[in-house]
Each structure stands twice: as structure tokens, then as C-alpha cells.
Design a protein around this ligand. Structure first.
Ligand SMILES: Nc1ncnc2c1ncn2[C@@H]1O[C@H](COP(=O)(O)OP(=O)(O)OP(=O)(O)O)[C@@H](O)[C@H]1O
Ligand SMILES: [Mg+2]
Length: 372
């Protein structure tokens, strides 16, 4: 009997909420409908203020942003169902990732904080809502991230014969992460910055939220010394399991790195960031997934044609957007949280121990019952 789930995702890019309605039957995962709710600059500023590393914040700001986001997630889910013409009663559950405001898996004590009150989502949609996925993995000593590899395994093993092909899936959101799929293992980790630093630099200099198709980066010339300097960061040498966020690859991190390169012009810095992102991705595949014979890219970065070309230059196997195989690159992460909600509702684990470093499989998230 097919079942419907909704996944709600809002990533570190702070662009907005992705909402995906997904049908699961015993063998197939079918995307039914998708809705995108962009963030206003006001809520984006609220989140940015809360997410600044080492800055004090008011609890009133924290609480009100949690409530505002809960309302926005509920709105995204309701808009999605209205658009799809699907009654709320037909949806088994919503999986809401929430908005990460701080991810600190290596800090003693470790924590990871996602907000967007799930009580409001459950009440305003009437649908049982699963949320707060990451902290259960942290509770079994995992990194709490990445959580999407188990879903990548589920959906891409429908498309590829993993006894014949080894596939790397790269999600390029604010942060970039890799999932490696082969016949006998699924691994993955956070690679490093995806779009976050490119977004920051173009926003600071040209007042644009992102570098569309890498057009600005393309006008510059990468400074190889700066690219190498970025790549020398100790994070890239850490052995997985590992995960990271904007708290580490922050504006502070970036401004400190470029302070030694005052002779490098702005567009060359953007070109260097794009090159750095491409090289870090290619090297993650070469070092940790060397048997890959096909790489698929999802997340907003899949639309950055200049970045895609740079990644291709560094790899000898085919690199394409997941779109080539019928999976919309903008929908993958939201679909993952629909799948993770299904796992939880069915009392099944959502983490992969080898990916997050957890000591045990864990049924992820808290369940907020819907209205009957
Ligand atoms: N046409 C485009 N050209 C270049 N970059 C793009 C384009 N479209 C989207 N992007 C980039 O994708 C980003 C949004 O991607 P996405 O929503 O996957 O990231 P995210 O919200 O951080 O998600 P997640 O954390 O789930 O990976 C934008 O901030 C922008 O940098
Ligand atoms: Mg996004």
C-alpha cells in the first residue's frame, strides 16, 4: 500500500524552505510534488544573528525565531499540499529537518541545534511531524551528520545497479557532502564549504545572493596559492567520520585566510573559491571513494555550470547533475527528510554508523502527533 510523506528542508545557504511530497511503496520512491518557500530578508537576518559563532544572543530572539520558523515550515507544507491537491489526511507524516543554527559535533560537550518548532507544524498541518533528527545520532556518539546517505542509497539503488557501478553523490548546498555507494558499502562525510563562501563573497561585493552559474567567478583567474592555502586547513586532512558547518567555515575563517592575499582582486578571489570548492570535492572522491566510476551532483551547486566544469576537469569519470537520471537536484535533500520520517514512524534507524561514527543504529527524531 503506497504511503505519502512530506520532507521539509532548509539548509545552511538560508535561501528558503524546500518541501517535497513523496510516495513510497514497497519498492519505489516517487516524488509527487515540490514547493519552495523563499526566506524574507528579515527571517534570514534573524537566523544569521542566531548562528554567529561566539556571539551572545538573547533567549527572546532564539524563542521567537523558533516560533517564526515553525510557522514558515507549516506554511510550506500546507502550500505544498494545496498545490498538489492532496488532502492532509492522506499524508502519514512530515519529516522536518529544521534550520541549523549551530552544529558543534566535536565540541565538548557535542551538540547540534535545529530550530523551527515542530509543535506548530503538527498543529497547523494536523499531520504527525518528526523533527530533531540529528541529536539522537549525537546521543549515540555520532556526528549527527550527514544523515542523507541512507536515503541516497535507497533512491539511487533504484536507478543504478550497484553490483556493476560505484557512484558518488555530491550534495552542494551551503556545505558540500559526499555519499559513496557500492555493492557492499555506503559511506559519506561532509567535504567542506559548498556555496556558503561564494555566496558570502558575492553578497558582500556585488550585493547578489549567489553567483548565478558562476558567471562572476568565470571572469576572474583562480590564484593557485590562495586555493592551496584554503585546502591546507586541517579539516581536509581529518579522517571520516567528520562533519562541519558554517560555524567553522565562517566569514571569520574566510576573512582571516584572505588577509594574506591583499594583492588578489575580488573577482580572482571568487574564482579561487570556486576552484577550491571543485578541488576539495574532487580530492574527497579521489582519496575516499577512488573506485567511483560515476559522480552525480545535487543541491543548488548543481546549477553552477562553471563549478560543474571545474569539478569535471579534476575527475576522469563522468560527472553530471542528478537531473540527468530523472532526480531533480533541488528536491533530493527534502525527499531525504520524508524518507527519514518514514524510517522513524516504522521504528527503523535512519543513521549509518560508518557515516556518522555512531556507536549504534538509532531511530532518529522526536514524534509530534498530528490532529486526528
Ligand atoms: N543558478 C545557480 N548558479 C549558481 N549557484 C546556484 C544557482 N542556483 C542555486 N545556487 C546555489 O545554491 C544555493 C542553494 O542550494 P541548496 O538549497 O541546495 O543549499 P542549502 O539550503 O544549504 O541546502 P542543504 O543544507 O540541504 O544542502 C544558493 O545559495 C546558491 O549558492
Ligand atoms: Mg536551500
Amino acid at each position: 500500500m503506497p504511503e505519502l510523506f512530506i520532507g521539509l528542508m532548509s539548509g545552511t545557504s538560508l535561501d528558503g524552505i524546500d518541501a517535497s511530497l513523496v510516495e513510497f511503496n514497497s519498492t519505489q520512491i516517487n516524488p509527487i510534488s515540490f514547493e519552495y518557500l523563499p526566506f524574507s530578508s528579515s527571517i534570514k537576518n534573524d537566523i544569521q544573528r542566531l548562528s554567529q559563532p561566539n556571539k551572545p544572543i538573547l533567549l527572546t530572539e532564539y524563542g521567537s525565531t523558533d516560533t517564526k520558523l515553525g510557522n514558515l515550515f507549516a506554511l510550506a507544507a500546507n502550500n505544498l499540499l494545496n498545490k498538489a491537491g492532496v488532502p492532509h489526511s492522506e499524508v502519514t507524516a512530515i519529516g522536518s529537518h529544521g534550520q541549523t543554527i549551530y552544529h558543534a559535533p566535536d565540541r565538548p560537550p557535542a551538540f547540534s541545534l535545529q530550530i523551527g518548532d515542530p509543535n506548530i507544524i503538527a498543529e497547523k498541518t494536523g499531520i504527525t511531524t518528526v523533527a530533531d533528527f540529528r541529536r539522537r545520532d549525537l546521543a549515540v556518539s555520532g556526528q549527527g551528520a550527514p544523515l542523507v546517505p541512507a536515503f541516497h542509497q535507497a533512491i539511487f539503488s533504484q536507478i543504478f545497479d550497484l553490483t556493476k557501478e560505484n557512484i558518488s553523490i555530491i550534495n552542494i548546498g551551503g556545505i558540500a557532502n559526499i555519499t559513496y555507494l557500492s555493492a557492499n558499502k555506503t559511506t559519506g562525510f561532509d567535504i567542506g564549504p559548498g556555496n556558503t563562501l561564494m555566496d558570502y563573497w558575492i553578497s558582500k561585493n556585488l550585493n547578489k545572493s549567489y553567483d548565478s552559474n558562476g558567471a562572476w567567478a568565470k571572469t576572474g583567474t583562480p590564484n593557485s596559492k590562495l586555493v592551496d592555502f584554503f585546502k591546507q586547513d586541517p579539516y581536509f586532512k581529518l579522517t571520516p567520520p567528520k562533519s562541519t558547518g558554517k560555524e567553522y567555515f565562517s566569514q571569520f575563517w574566510f576573512n582571516k585566510k584572505i588577509s594574506n592575499f591583499s594583492d588578489c582582486c575580488k573577482k580572482d578571489i571568487q574564482a579561487s573559491l570556486c576552484q577550491f570548492t571543485a578541488e576539495a570535492i574532487a580530492e574527497a572522491i579521489q582519496q575516499h571513494a577512488p573506485l567511483t566510476n560515476q559522480t552525480l551532483i545535487c543541491g543548488g551547486g548543481a546549477h553552477n555550470e562553471y563549478l560543474m566544469q571545474s569539478i569535471r576537469k579534476h575527475l576522469s569519470h563522468p560527472v553530471s547533475s542528478t537531473a540527468k537520471f530523472g532526480v531533480n537536484p533541488d528536491h533530493v535533500e527534502a525527499m531525504a527528510f520524508a524518507w527519514l520520517a518514514k524510517q522513524t514512524i516504522n521504528n527503523l534507524p535512519g543513521n549509518i554508523m560508518e557515516v556518522t561514527g555512531a556507536k549504534a543504529p538509532a531511530i532518529l527524531g522526536g514524534i509530534y502527533p498530528g490532529r486526528k
